[in-house]
Design a protein around this ligand. Structure first.
Ligand code: XIL
Length: 360
């Protein structure tokens, strides 16, 4: 659209804000353009059903440079029965990404959740064979087309005292992680392999313990020469009613990861506002402040390559079903609101990215 036509359309109110965001002439910068200015990519999780909405598609194409499948590349979706693979929904997302020049991440191969019942029942060698078949088939199909793969998701116990107890650990022992990474490397030698984890960002003692255990795992894998290229920090953050959410210990943790010669990806960013009292404006300000504090802690780290929010609009957040608010109000955790409009967080994210790129 030419600039004059655009101004005319604006004056007539013919275009809604979401249509314009991130496009030339609107004055609103795209998150991914700002991220690129700071040497990073901005991405978002998407479900194949969300692609049916032209407004969301437009917002995505205006704002992000990368997508990840919210559920479509999980085991229960890809291989619901032994040896029966269903790629339709995952293919749809990857086709969308490729048609529009977006990068795409793969999420996720070895996890204890969203797996079919038959998998949990396998023992020992049978489970190891199933892991190999799954990794070879899925990574083989998408070879060379995905930016990175979350090979192992959430391997550390919530209290940080050890590896998470799961059917993987029970049946295969601690080496299941190295085994999965080796299989992944063999299936697609050019793929960027990731271990993805949550609860590592904040200053709570529990997070500090989990960080130490996670670093011990990374060091062990490095020492043994296991193929691994990046760490994914989910960054499901929380806004607390009581005081500010702080990330004072995070920069040193990121540096420890960088010292192991690993890239860092923020893979599932959102800010849970379940504990914030209404009104909406106050909630939005607090959520925005958490985004600001977090980005200030992570953006100075040169090994940080991507920031991916878990959804782009509040309309699509997983948090309403996973952590519903007591007052029944929908959560407001993402960069855009449920009507795909800008909110306080949008501006704070833009500002942080601008500052990081040295642009005023
Ligand atoms: C969530 C999805 O967003 C939901 O739609 C689904 O019902 C449950 O899983 N950590 C992860 C993601 O690694 O895969 C999860 O996604 C959110 C927590």
């Amino acid at each position: 659209m030419r600039r004059r036509q655009l101004l005319m359309a604006l004056a007539l109110g013919a275009l809604s804000a979401p249509v314009l965001m991130g496009q030339a002439g609107s004055g609103a910068p795209a998150l991914n353009d700002l991220a690129r200015g700071a040497g990073r990519l901005w991405g978002a999780a998407v479900s194949s059903a969300q692609l049916d909405d032209p407004n969301l598609r437009r917002l995505l194409l205006a704002q992000v440079g990368l997508i990840v499948a919210e559920n479509e590349m999980k085991w229960e979706t890809l291989q619901p029965q032994p040896g029966v693979f269903r790629f339709t929904a995952a293919d749809r997302l990857l086709d969308f990404a490729e048609r529009h020049g977006l990068a795409m991440r793969g999420h996720t191969l070895v996890w204890h959740r969203q797996v079919p019942a038959w998998l949990r029942q396998l023992e020992g060698r049978a489970l190891e064979r199933a892991m190999a078949t799954h990794i070879q088939t899925v990574m083989g199909r998408y070879r060379g087309r995905l930016d990175s793969w979350d090979v192992v998701n959430e391997p550390i116990a919530d209290d940080g005292t050890g590896l998470r107890s799961s059917f993987w650990l029970d049946q295969l022992g601690e080496t299941y992680i190295a085994r999965a990474l080796e299989l992944a490397h063999a299936a697609d030698p050019s793929a960027r392999l990731v271990i993805n984890e949550y609860g590592l960002e904040g200053d709570a003692p529990k997070s500090a313990r989990k960080r130490q255990r996670f670093l011990a795992l990374l060091r062990d894998l490095r020492r043994r020469g296991v193929p691994l290229h990046a760490v994914g920090l989910q960054a499901h953050l929380h806004a607390h009613g009581g005081g500010p959410t702080t990330f004072d210990q995070l920069p040193a943790f990121l540096q420890a990861i960088a010292d192991l010669d690993l890239d860092i990806l923020i893979t599932e960013l959102d800010v849970n506002d379940r504990d914030l009292a209404a009104p909406v404006e106050t909630r939005d300000q607090k959520v925005a402040a958490v985004y600001g504090a977090f980005l200030e802690a992570v953006l100075p780290q040169p090994r940080l390559k991507q920031l991916v929010s878990w959804g782009l609009s509040d309309r699509d957040t997983w948090l309403n079903s996973a952590f519903p608010r007591a007052d029944g109000q929908p959560q407001r955790p993402l960069p855009f609101d449920a009507d795909l409009r800008r909110k306080a967080a949008t501006g704070v994210i833009e500002q942080s990215l601008r500052r990081s790129s040295g642009t005023p």
